[in-house]
Design a protein around this ligand. Sequence first.
Ligand code: ATP
Ligand code: MG
Length: 250
Amino acid sequence: MTQTVLEVRGLTRRFGAFKAVDGVDLDIAEGEIHALIGPNGAGKTTCFNLLTGSLPASSGTIRLRGETISGLGMDRIAQRGLVRSYQISSIFPDFTALNNVRFALQQGRRTNFDFWRSELSLTGLNDAAMGLLDDLGLSDWAEVRAGDLPYGRKRALEIATTLALDPQVLLLDEPTSGMGREDIGRVTDLIRKVAAGRTVVMVEHNLPVVKGLCERVTVLARGQVIARGTYDEVAGDPRVVEAYLGKAHA
Ligand SMILES: Nc1ncnc2c1ncn2[C@@H]1O[C@H](COP(=O)(O)OP(=O)(O)OP(=O)(O)O)[C@@H](O)[C@H]1O
Ligand SMILES: [Mg+2]
């Protein structure tokens, strides 16, 4: 039987009188790649901020492997294995790709000491960083300044620095945004690869990517879940069509 790794009930976040996230329930199964989709302003990023603890919820509960994590700070949630991909802005542009990953590994050693204590004592920081770069197709770019990397490689580096924390549940917010077709293909392959042995929840506007990658999809609109199921199930749901196109086209 599949285990639920992340269980969210009644998650709500108000900004003044406005509910950006309004009573959201989510069940994320161990090992799946789950998409969170919906039109602009639906509340997807706010949901991620609530899940990672970077924003406190107004109400609702979040359980990670049965333990309540709502109310814990970002660091403690990351320690328990739920990590969101770093944003490009958190990559140090003047560091090489290799040094960015080395730095992230040092951070990861602090947040996830047991894992990296054994790993790093075997291989050393440098080898571990090179291994991660290699996994992400970045070994040829190791000595390049992060700020000089092409856009798609920067996103791959962002994922590498996140993987350095060895998350069990990885949240990716629009991993393919702003990419050309070639980079999208590469990042899609990469997500499939890093998803082995982990759970991935991703916000993604590119629907062919969602269709190709994600086992299950949750659709948000105006802060509420309006559909859930496989891609084909939700794509055929009239409420989803209406949310994307507006009433006039439904
Ligand atoms: N700090 C904030 N203060 C006030 N309103 C906010 C704040 N953060 C988000 N919102 C509002 O909450 C709603 C949901 O925003 P959110 O960024 O979560 O949407 P999203 O689904 O990620 O959209 P997009 O697809 O455009 O990234 C929007 O109406 C947004 O303006
Ligand atoms: Mg967003």
